[in-house]
Design a protein around this ligand. Structure first.
Ligand code: AMP
Length: 403
């Protein structure tokens, strides 16, 4: 099967063409500056190793972007398909499914209305995802089935005790203000890989998945179901991130807004774009830059790394308490997959709960699924590359087959 996976943002659109049965990636690319001028960077085919191309194409709307993607896929010299009819289905990443969507779903007019109803919960993301969906319908027609895969869906199994905010209950009842969590497709993908790696049924495992990237979140997954996660109503909660603050005393906002006469928009911009490890270090949101600076003696860069590692460790302890133990801790995403020093720092001192210091030979390996647990570790520590696009393609194929 050929599944086109689309991740549409307000002015960008990422895509991959995948075979979900084999996991084979056939082509991928990125449209940027949609509605401005339009820039298309793509690998028209992966296997034939066609060179990456970058071209400027006018993209007044997402429809032209989808058109450019499809043209590249069927290009007679470098494409991978002979016609658009070889696309069996399209899978869309949709950020917020509210309480309505606990799993992926075939897109119908009713489903699109229900996603629209979730727009207030993710006003920057959901409308863009919906534009991507309607652009695909414009260009591919209604015959090609489309599926929505939600960032929030996997976390819908959280119990009320984990998702209820301690504010007046009517804000939940009337406005659905609660913890939702994000990165669900990634947490689900890697938790399934844990079961495969350990050769044990997912139903009997307690897993803590650490998705550490520019945006970071942790999930507690018991028996294959999410029981708690660090992000909240929005992705601003939980760990400090590249530029997001994560958990913090809400009173800080009042203090700073009063002192500096900031509007709520300015305050939110600080918390989303100027905080996290970027804010602490004043150097960068990128961990590679932080390590380079810390290694040359930058004290604030070192502090930013330490605050981040400390926060991850704190949640590992909390989630082990929530589940009454842990069988495996997983590191994934850009930082989680590529930063051995940070992984070692995070699990340092956890021997009391069965996590031995890491096997540094294995910990230094890159690119694969690796068991980095140290000798005698009761808790397995695993590095698992995430693949949200493959998970979206797998869900899409399954839903389309069941139609
Ligand atoms: P993500 O949001 O998952 O793309 O992760 C971005 C973060 O991953 C950045 O802070 C990068 O420093 C880090 N990262 C990505 N690739 C590497 C790499 N090869 N080595 C070290 N860090 C990396």
């Amino acid at each position: 099967m050929n599944i086109l996976v689309i991740n549409a943002g307000s002015s960008s659109l990422k895509y991959q063409l995948l075979d979900p049965e084999t996991g084979r990636l056939l082509a991928k690319g990125l449209c940027e500056r949609i509605g401005i001028d339009g820039k298309f960077t793509y690998k028209p085919q992966i296997e034939g190793k066609a060179e990456q191309k970058a071209i400027d194409i006018p993209m007044p709307t997402h429809s032209e972007a989808i058109g450019a993607v499809l043209n590249a896929l069927v290009d007679k010299d470098n494409g991978v398909l002979s016609s658009m009819s070889e696309i069996d289905a399209v899978g869309h990443r949709v950020v917020h499914g509210g309480e309505r969507f606990a799993s992926s779903v075939l897109l119908t007019e009713d489903v699109i209305k229900a996603i629209e109803a979730c727009n207030p919960l993710a006003p920057l993301h959901n409308p863009a995802n919906l534009i991507g969906i309607s652009a695909c319908t414009d260009v591919l027609g209604k015959e090609t089935p489309q599926v929505a895969v939600f960032d929030t869906a996997f976390h819908q199994t959280m119990p009320p005790v984990a998702y209820t905010y301690p504010i007046p209950y009517e804000y939940y009842e009337q406005d659905k203000v609660r913890r939702y969590g994000f990165h669900g497709t990634s947490h689900r993908f890697v938790s399934q890989r844990v079961a495969a790696m350990l050769g044990r049924p997912i139903e009997e495992l307690k897993v803590i998945t650490c998705h550490l990237g520019n945006g970071s979140s942790i999930a507690a997954i018991q028996g294959g179901k999410c029981v708690d996660t660090t992000m909240g109503l929005t992705p601003l909660a939980g760990l400090p991130m590249g530029t997001r603050a994560g958990d913090m005393d809400a009173g800080v906002m009042e203090f700073l807004m009063n002192k500096y006469d900031l509007s709520i928009k300015e305050m939110m911009n600080i918390l989303n774009k100027k905080s996290g490890v970027q804010g602490i270090s004043g150097v960068s949101s990128d961990f590679r830059d932080l390590y380079a600076a810390a290694d040359s003696g930058n004290v604030r860069a070192r502090l930013a790394i330490d605050v981040f590692a400390y926060s991850v460790k704190k949640y590992i302890g909390a989630y082990a308490a929530v589940m009454g133990g842990v069988d495996a801790i997983v590191f994934t995403a850009g930082v989680g997959e590529n930063n051995p020093a940070l992984r070692s720092q995070i699990v340092e001192g956890l021997a009391y709960m069965g996590v031995a210091p890491l096997n540094e030979t294995e910990n230094a390996r890159r690119g694969d699924e690796v068991d980095v647990s140290g000798q005698g570790s009761k808790v397995r520590v695993l590095v698992i590359p995430t693949n949200e696009e493959l998970m979206i393609a797998m869900d899409t194929a399954e839903i389309v087959k069941q139609r």
